[in-house]
Design a protein around this ligand. Structure first.
Ligand code: MRU
Length: 346
């Protein structure tokens, strides 16, 4: 079987420009946008042209290359200071996914040793981050798939696929690997209000690989489990704290509670770049709140009654106690807790 989604070119740096597949327009349109400055890159992350924790980290790394090019042109002897403003812009683009600051810090780590033009060296580092992410996803795909029984029926939430990463995907990487191994008998995806990443992106990606998928309204997940129609929930993560709490797309926590109630297993798939050992517990994670308009409208059409306001947290936190296993590229942690995460990260 030809699983091709580690080479979607949805994040592509060429000739001093960054090209992004505009994920807001999928699946109807495949539009590529061209970016030349770190400011434009930060704006694209904010506006969800590119989204998904590892994907925004990789994009920000390429943003640093563009920032370095501009800073070197302004002051070749002092570009490391000139770049600071752009680094901050990138860091502030979205608050919840730790991969963003992780990638920026990794890029900054090499600054001091660079002599002369920083662009080729930083571009190599950004490409390395990108390549390592794809390799990590394949590793996690195999590790996660090995945990699933045969004839397994799975539910995923949001899009933790090729589009949300460098390629192949985290949760969808496990689903791709398990499907290839002939272990899956049914794949469900939540539509994932309000951005509909499940309905638009996950379904599109899987169908590109000719993998059948059944969509459901987020509110149908409880009935799905009550009717004994799934065995595992498999999701990605935006930040995992030292005790194993998991921030992911809003609605993930409800799935974890439902899964525990119905005896369904709950798997979180994320590279180690998503693990934040600097935070002890999940309630320390900054949860992004987005515009009310995302709830009150669909595709530009007002659906909320005129005068209604909205609450729009983009993520929620699932306590470690509700997670059966965290799968990373360096190993799996079952019944995650501080000791398990410490052992993994050391
Ligand atoms: O708001 P988004 O679309 O960036 O949210 C994405 C998610 O919550 C994903 O599940 C998470 O980033 C993991 S992606 C491999």
């Amino acid at each position: 079987m030809n699983i091709k989604y580690d080479n979607l070119h949805h994040i592509n740096y060429q000739n001093d420009k960054l090209y992004l597949l505009d994920q807001r327009k999928l699946p109807q349109e495949r539009t590529i946008i061209e970016l030349e400055t770190a400011f434009e890159v930060a704006q694209a992350i904010k506006d969800m042209v590119v989204r998904g924790a590892p994907a925004i980290g990789i994009t920000a790394a390429y943003g640093v290359v563009l920032a370095a090019k501009a800073a070197y042109a302004i002051d070749p002897n002092n570009w490391q200071s000139v770049i600071d403003n752009d680094m901050q812009l990138l860091a502030k683009a979205r608050p919840t996914a730790v991969n963003l600051v992780w990638a920026l810090e990794r890029m900054r780590g090499g600054f001091a040793e660079i002599v002369g033009n920083p662009v080729p060296i930083l571009l190599k580092e950004a490409q390395q981050i990108h390549d390592e992410d794809i390799a990590a996803n394949h590793k996690m795909g195999d590790l996660g798939a090995a945990l699933l029984p045969s004839d397994c029926r799975v539910l995923t939430h949001c899009n933790a696929g090729a589009l949300a990463t460098g390629g192949y995907g985290t949760a969808l990487g496990v689903i791709r690997s398990a499907y290839t191994a002939g272990k899956l008998s049914k794949i469900y995806a939540d539509e994932t209000r309000p951005w509909l990443q499940g309905a638009r992106l996950t379904a599109w990606e899987l169908l590109q690989d000719k993998i059948a998928v059944t969509l459901l309204a987020d509110s149908a997940a409880a009935a799905l489990m009550q009717q004994n129609r799934i065995d595992w929930v498999i999701v990605g993560a935006d930040r995992i704290t030292a005790n194993g709490d998991v921030a992911n797309k809003i609605g993930t926590y409800s799935l974890a509670v439902l899964a525990r109630q119905h005896g369904v297993k709950f798997m979180v798939v994320a590279p180690t770049s998503t693990i934040d050992m600097n935070l002890d517990v999940g309630n320390q994670i900054v949860i992004e709140e987005r515009a009310m308009a995302e709830i009150l409208t669909i595709a530009g059409q007002r659906i909320g009654a005129s005068g209604a306001t909205a609450w729009n947290p983009s993520f929620d936190v699932t306590p470690a106690a509700l997670v059966d296993v965290i799968v990373t590229e360096t190993g799996v942690v079952e019944q995650p807790n501080r000791d398990g995460l410490l052992a993994l990260m050391s």
